[in-house]
Ligand binder design. Structure first.
Ligand SMILES: Cc1ncc(COP(=O)(O)O)c(C=O)c1O
Length: 451
């Protein structure tokens, strides 16, 4: 592990932050007694972050899939600084701000024609909530108030707020958070029911359109407002559905008058080697009816999410009897400084051709860790673009590998038994190589692989 003992970093230790953290900070999605050392990060450059003891780590998780253009990018930092010193924010209810307007226009320019109206929120979870509300309200305002159900994949992840959790089927994420609102059901995840991976064996049986149609028929298509899916399931275990699944869902939605919501919080803005994950599967120029983005949108420089719809959905909200518009929003949704950051991130993405780079580096990463399939403690290796999953035999193995990689200077995150490799899109071939070698070494070090 590289040690960069610079004064400001070492001084950070003297602030007492570690003690303050231990005494007062509640870490989300994390055991109170974490098995591995809880790092205190103080700065980052490119794909590396540095802790208060001067230790430098290669970030193979892009924070949590959001640090798309890496750390300390001067272009983004300058945009944030300029915006913060002119007008940091304003609630968008009755006014506009320049970066919020320009970003909405920019999003319209990178989405298929027709997806041209953006509502801002602050997080991926809020975007999910807003998208589901918009779908239900749109149906109600169009004379179909009985269409309230939202269907999503059992293993999908759409956020941590109550209705977003209702949209996930996995017990670990649900238990103890209910009661949940009515009107949620789960479609069978497109992953093999025999080996739980998929597409790698001839015998794989992967649920698809027939099962989904049947499930929709059972609920009653006229009661369904929306189908909410991730083009590639990320937190749910890097599940790459077979080609054609999203197209089939698009057709099912069209047939039954159901809105298709693509949750691209993780997959959007280049992560899978296309600007949006749905581009891998839908015909060029076609998209979902509602698109949610977050994470990579600001490259992690500020909290921001976006819900983008077509004019046909937007215009209907004029009919709302109480407001004549959308009764939804957040004080800092579309925060001007966050929008300025997003505009700079999209500039960097375009100028450095990072979406194409993500496809190439993703192939390299997948090929580099693919030999792990032969390890006794590895069940599967899969991925798309710079979203690669190494599925271990159990949660404990994944936690062990995460710890061993951290000790060797590489940060990965595991979601359940799946180690997720998702570096910033600026990652270099050398960094991919170092990262992959370290993960392989960490896997080989786990007790179960040695046995
Ligand atoms: C696909 C997807 N949707 C929604 C969310 C929730 O986003 P946030 O954590 O910003 O609320 C996440 C977070 O990982 C995600 O991966």
């Amino acid at each position: 592990m590289r040690v960069v003992a610079r004064r400001p970093i070492l001084e950070a230790e003297a602030t007492g932050a570690r003690q303050a953290d231990a005494a007062h900070l509640w870490h989300p999605w994390s055991p109170v007694d974490l098995a591995i050392e809880r790092l205190m990060l103080v700065e980052g450059h490119g794909c590396r972050v540095v802790d208060d003891r001067g230790r430098s780590y290669l970030d193979l998780r892009a924070g949590t899939l959001n640090a798309a253009v890496g750390y300390g990018h001067p272009r983004v930092v300058e945009a944030i600084s300029k915006q913060a010193s002119s007008l940091m924010t304003w609630d968008l209810a009755e006014v506009g701000t320049v970066p919020a307007a320009l970003l909405a226009q920019r999003i319209a320019s990178i989405t298929p024609e027709g997806l041209n109206r953006t509502l801002y929120c602050n997080s991926g979870s809020e975007a999910t909530e807003a998208a589901m509300k918009i779908a239900r309200m749109w149906h109600a305002l169009s004379g179909r108030p009985e269409r309230t159900w939202v269907l999503s994949f059992f293993d999908g992840y759409h956020g941590a707020t109550v209705a977003a959790v209702a949209a996930t089927g996995v017990g670990f994420r649900r238990q103890g958070s209910g009661p949940f609102p009515d009107g949620y059901a789960h479609l069978a995840t497109p992953r093999c029911v025999l080996c739980a991976a998929g597409q790698t064996h001839e015998s794989c049986q992967i649920p698809g359109p027939d099962q989904w149609r049947e499930q929709i028929q059972r609920i009653g298509p006229d009661r369904v407002a929306a189908v909410l899916v991730e083009p590639v399931l990320s937190v749910g275990g890097v599940i790459v559905p077979p080609r054609g699944h999203l197209r089939a869902l698009r057709e099912i939605c069209d047939r039954y008058g159901i809105l298709l919501i693509a949750d691209e919080v993780a997959t959007g803005i280049g992560r899978t080697g296309r600007m949006f994950g749905f581009e891998h599967d839908l015909d060029p120029g076609t998209g979902p009816d509602i698109l949610t983005t977050a994470k990579g949108l600001t490259g992690g420089y500020a909290p921001l999410s976006a819900v983008t719809v077509g004019e046909d959905i937007y215009a209907v909200f004029r009919r709302d009897p109480l407001l004549g518009g959308l009764r939804h929003g957040h004080t800092t949704g579309g925060h001007a400084t966050a929008c300025a950051a997003a505009l700079a991130v999209l500039d960097v993405l375009e100028e450095q051709n990072l979406v194409t780079a993500a496809a190439a580096r993703g192939e390299q990463l997948l090929a580099a860790v693919a030999p792990l399939r032969a390890s006794a403690c590895v069940r599967d290796v899969r991925g798309l673009g710079l979203l690669v999953g190494v599925e271990m035999d159990c949660l404990e193995s994944a936690a062990e590998v995460t710890g061993a990689a951290q000790e060797r200077g590489v940060l990965v995150r595991h979601f359940g038994p799946v180690i997720t490799l998702a570096p910033p899109l600026i990652v270099t071939p050398q960094e991919v190589q170092i990262g992959a070698e370290t993960v392989i070494e960490a896997v080989h070090l786990t007790g179960r692989d040695r046995a």
